[in-house]
Design a protein around this ligand. Structure first.
Ligand SMILES: Nc1ncnc2c1ncn2[C@@H]1O[C@H](COP(=O)(O)OP(=O)(O)OP(=O)(O)O)[C@@H](O)[C@H]1O
Length: 209
């Protein structure tokens, strides 16, 4: 049984058909790389997969069940990392992550959050307002959610490598491979070349006029 699959997904934005009849299927331990130029519809597709946006037509299934019928089960087993980081600049990294965990029913103690931030090279920056961190450090803060919710069955990641330096890219790449190797499923977009040493399915969206 696929973790996530679709049947004939089509999305229109401003009278433009972004994609039509998309059928995809992602199993446990599988990586799907969604490619395409700016404006092709990658983010739109990912948002439909999360259930945040309704498609014009077609169905998204989580473990063979329509996502609209899954209730909390889908949300509990999903991490969506979108373009917007969803962090509050006035809160510290620890406070942001504690808040995120509380609102996503992720049970962690504060010590685990500090340890996770250490893995992301944010030692000494855990307790200052996130607004005073660099762009890459803010992104690392948001990405810590992947470490904190590694028992989710599916990660949907929209450009997670943006603003990361080489070390950050390596840390995230290793985490993705670790998660996939343990049976997680990943759907990812990236304008940087995705060079994960892991079997990768690709879905390319063309820019349609
Ligand atoms: N809420 C919206 N309302 C109207 N048009 C939208 C909306 N969201 C996206 N679009 C349009 O849909 C098209 C696809 O946008 P989308 O963000 O999905 O592309 P993308 O492939 O992710 O692009 P990029 O590589 O630049 O991130 C764009 O032309 C955009 O203007």
């Amino acid at each position: 049984m696929a973790v996530l699959s679709t049947q004939n997904l089509s999305v229109i934005k401003r009278d433009r058909l972004l994609f039509d009849q998309v059928n995809l299927s992602v199993d446990s331990g599988s990586l799907l790389y969604v490619k395409g130029p700016n404006g092709a519809g990658k983010t739109s597709l990912l948002r439909v997969l999360t259930g945040l946006v309704e498609p014009e037509s077609g169905i998204v299934f989580y473990q063979d069940k329509k996502i609209q019928k899954c209730g909390e089960d889908y949300a509990t087993n999903l991490v969506y990392f979108g373009h917007k980081l969803g962090v509050s600049g006035s809160l510290s990294a620890v406070e942001n992550l504690q808040y995120w965990c509380d609102s996503h029913q992720v049970k962690v103690d504060t010590n685990t959050i500090y340890q996770t931030l250490e893995k992301l090279n944010l030692v000494g920056l855990e307790d200052i307002p996130v607004a005073s961190l660099s762009a890459g450090q803010q992104r690392r803060t948001a990405l810590a959610r992947l470490w904190l919710k590694a028992d989710a069955k599916l990660w949907i990641l929209d450009e997670p490598f943006t603003a990361l330096d080489v070390q950050g890219i390596n840390v995230l790449s290793d985490k993705l491979i670790d998660y996939l190797s343990k049976g997680g499923a990943v759907i990812i977009t990236s304008h940087q070349l995705l060079e994960l040493d892991y079997p990768t399915q690709e879905l390319t969206l063309e820019y349609r006029i």
